[in-house]
Design a protein around this ligand. Structure first.
Ligand SMILES: [Zn+2]
Length: 244
């Protein structure tokens, strides 16, 4: 064999080994992600209390907020088809939704935005600044940005936006009438205790821990509503150990 030919063969073999390595690595990564998805425990579609309804789309919850005839959403699920079906069953007209408050812009929170033709979409300014082209394509209208601590209105109800970065740059928790805290993917609930969201899906878990300490100081909350881990009605027990 000519030395040049031998070099080519060696290079091809080396490339094949690298490719196999990458293939194996992504296979393991996909398996680990599937295992994490299997731990999610979304609520079934139905009323949660205090004018709030959970809508389940596969492995994630979005929520409907009501104040009289006024309707708003926290997040917008994975797909327009399945969210549309769940809303029909819950007798909710997508055209009646006035506001959508996004906890962040991952695909499983913005997937059905196109259904809500009359809604204004609210998103944290730092989240909007970091939106990729793929996420931008999911927005039927330009979203309205807000800053940390801003109060938004639904009829006579107030929704305070608390920017809690970590899962994404502008992840947001929403406090509805000072009672219910919607946390998106800012935390997980394990045996009714708050833990950080899975690190595999977080941008910066250390930063998320700081955000959780901030949330732990809030007073008067009677319900935590997560996107993937159901709800808790015992705030102080859930956040025990998190306040600095
Ligand atoms: Zn997420």
């Amino acid at each position: 064999m000519k030395p040049a030919k031998k070099h080519v063969l060696l290079a091809v073999a080396a490339l094949a080994i690298v490719a196999l390595g990458f293939g194996g690595f992504s296979l393991i990564k996909a398996q680990q992600e599937r295992a994490e998805y299997a731990k999610f425990r979304p609520l079934p579609t139905g009323p949660v209390g205090d004018g709030i309804e959970a809508i389940r789309d596969d492995f994630v919850n979005m929520y409907v907020l009501r104040d009289g005839n006024h309707l708003a959403l926290i997040d917008a699920g994975v797909s327009a088809e399945s969210v549309g079906r769940e809303l029909r069953q819950a007798n909710i007209d997508p055209a009646a939704v006035e506001h959508i408050f996004l906890t962040h812009a991952h695909y499983d929170h913005i997937g059905a935005l196109v259904l809500f033709k009359n809604a204004r979409i609210h998103i944290a300014r730092p989240e909007l600044a970091k939106l990729g082209d793929k996420e931008k394509a999911g927005f039927p209208v330009a979203p309205t940005p807000f800053d940390d601590g801003e109060h938004l209105q639904l009829g006579n109800s107030t929704i305070q936006a608390l920017i809690v970065p970590g899962h994404t740059p502008g992840s947001t928790a929403y406090l509805f009438n000072g009672k219910t805290l919607f946390t998106g993917d800012t935390l997980a609930l394990e045996n009714d205790h708050v833990t950080p969201f899975n690190e595999r899906f977080n941008l910066d878990t250390a930063l998320q821990r700081e955000s959780l300490s901030k949330l732990a100081r809030l007073q008067g909350i009677t319900r935590i509503a997560t996107a993937h881990y159901g709800t808790s009605t015992d705030y102080s027990t859930a956040f025990k150990g998190w306040a600095p």
